[in-house]
Design a binder for this molecule. Structure first.
Ligand code: PLP
Length: 433
């Protein structure tokens, strides 16, 4: 078959493709595996029981069920859900929204392509713009969507604050930020995938001011944030204004299978999303919105997030940290302060191999994690730290987390023990000092 140039981008693997393939192969692997890669949320029995009951109510309602499965929704997504959510966000955060500020997509991943390409690449005045990522490492799922013939992302290296208890925290380097007219938008995930960082209110205020000054939008990816799923363990104020594009998702509250993303933005941005939905999928799914509207109306979703989801992940995080303290105490490890989401970002300083090599070796032992380099745009200048971290998803059952972390400790220990001899791991890309 002869494909056009366009097909090139879908013929090769990429960080996102590999991430999802790992999830798939882990699901179908013959031997025992420890799945600490991917971004699957936990199965929380109490949450699933509530969702199952809501689904049973829906199935019992002949009319609502018939509409949900038997009719296309509006291209901007289910209006009742958008109205309910607009009212909730207005009440809770004072944002003054209507349903015209909200669009539904088939998962928030599906809006990145449209948004990033709408704010980068060639502009009518002949200029080329890029998306600035003020704090890398940043979510791997952004990097493969660019359609322009030049790279569309520009990342800024995080400042590292060393903290007690072998933790550290990334911070935006505002002196090096250099936001300018070469940028069409800036984007942060908050909480951040892969690190579990929550960019502070102070940093957000500065980023918003910088974006407003340059008249470029700030895209805030709240897939793990507020109001749902609320996987934030540190004080943080959710933000929106007419220069912000906020992305929310139902996935991490336990519904990745029904693919529902939400965009909160000005009506002109919502119109883009709506038209994109119409062109590429006619309409977004109405299952998530139909299922969730009654829960939102009863205020039940917020209770689920506060009483079940957040405590669950806090407990999982504490457990994973305790296991690390036990099985890795002899290793030169630092953990990014886990302030949100469902990941631990482990930094093995001076790791004698690249984290890519470590990832491959762990996978050969049935332990799935993610290496650090794919969380940086390809064009970002290499620094050693970029090759020294791995991401571990701690949503898996406790015994899987214990087994996986113990295996990781063993493999890393072997590397540090053998460090006196030159290590030539497969795929061991060179590291800048
Ligand atoms: C930071 C972040 N944003 C967005 C997404 C995409 O979520 P979905 O497409 O399931 O809504 C993910 C998924 O892992 C994520 O980690």
């Amino acid at each position: 078959m002869h494909f056009s140039n366009f097909a090139n981008r879908y013929q090769k693997s990429s960080g996102t493709v590999r991430l999802m393939e790992d999830l798939g192969s882990a699901t179908s692997a013959a031997g025992p595996i420890c799945q600490l890669g991917g971004g699957n949320p936990a199965h929380i029995p109490e949450v699933e029981a509530i969702l199952r009951e809501a689904m049973a109510d829906l199935i019992a309602d002949t009319q609502a069920f018939g509409k949900m499965i038997g009719e296309y929704d509006a291209p901007g997504g289910n209006v009742a859900f958008r109205e309910t959510l607009a009212a909730l966000l207005t009440d809770e955060f004072g944002w003054s929204l209507t349903h015209e500020n909200i669009a539904i997509t088939n998962g928030s991943q599906s809006s990145f392509g449209l948004l990033f390409n709408s704010f980068s690449g060639l502009y009518p005045d002949g200029s080329h713009k890029r998306i600035l990522l003020p704090l890398t490492p940043e979510y791997v799922g952004y990097f493969d969507v660019g359609l322009a013939d030049r790279p569309i992302f520009e990342g800024r290296r995080a400042e590292i604050d060393l903290l007690p208890k072998r933790q550290f925290k990334y911070r935006v380097d505002f002196e090096g930020l250099q936001l300018n007219q070469g940028h069409g938008a800036a984007c942060v995930s908050r909480p951040t995938n892969p690190t579990g960082n929550v960019i502070t209110d102070e940093e957000m205020a500065k980023l918003r001011a910088a974006c407003r000054q340059e008249h470029i939008p700030l895209i805030v990816d709240g897939a793990y944030g507020l109001p749902f799923p609320g996987m934030i363990f540190t004080p943080a104020t959710p933000l929106w204004d007419d220069n912000t594009i906020l992305l929310l998702s139902l996935s991490k509250l336990g519904l990745p299978g029904i693919r529902t993303g939400i965009v909160v933005a000005t009506p002109e941005v919502i119109q883009l999303i709506q038209n994109n939905n119409a062109i590429n999928s006619l309409a977004p799914s109405r299952i998530g919105p139909t299922l969730l509207t009654p829960l939102l109306q009863r205020g039940q979703l917020q209770t689920i997030c506060e009483d079940l989801i957040r405590p669950h992940y806090e407990q999982k995080r504490d457990h994973a940290l305790a296991v690390i303290a036990e099985v890795m105490s002899d290793l030169p490890i630092r953990v990014h302060k886990p302030e949100g989401a469902l990941f631990l970002w482990l930094w093995f300083e001076d790791l004698p191999v690249t984290s890519e090599t470590l990832y491959q070796q762990l996978m050969a032992r049935g332990v799935f994690v993610l290496p650090s380099r794919p969380f940086y745009p390809e064009t970002e200048r290499s620094w050693r730290h970029q090759e020294e971290c791995i991401r571990v998803n701690y949503a898996a059952p406790d015994e899987t987390v214990v087994k996986g972390l113990t295996e990781i400790a063993q493999v890393v220990r072997e590397h540090f023990r053998g460090a006196a001899a030159p290590v030539t791991g497969s795929g061991g890309a060179s590291i800048d000092p």
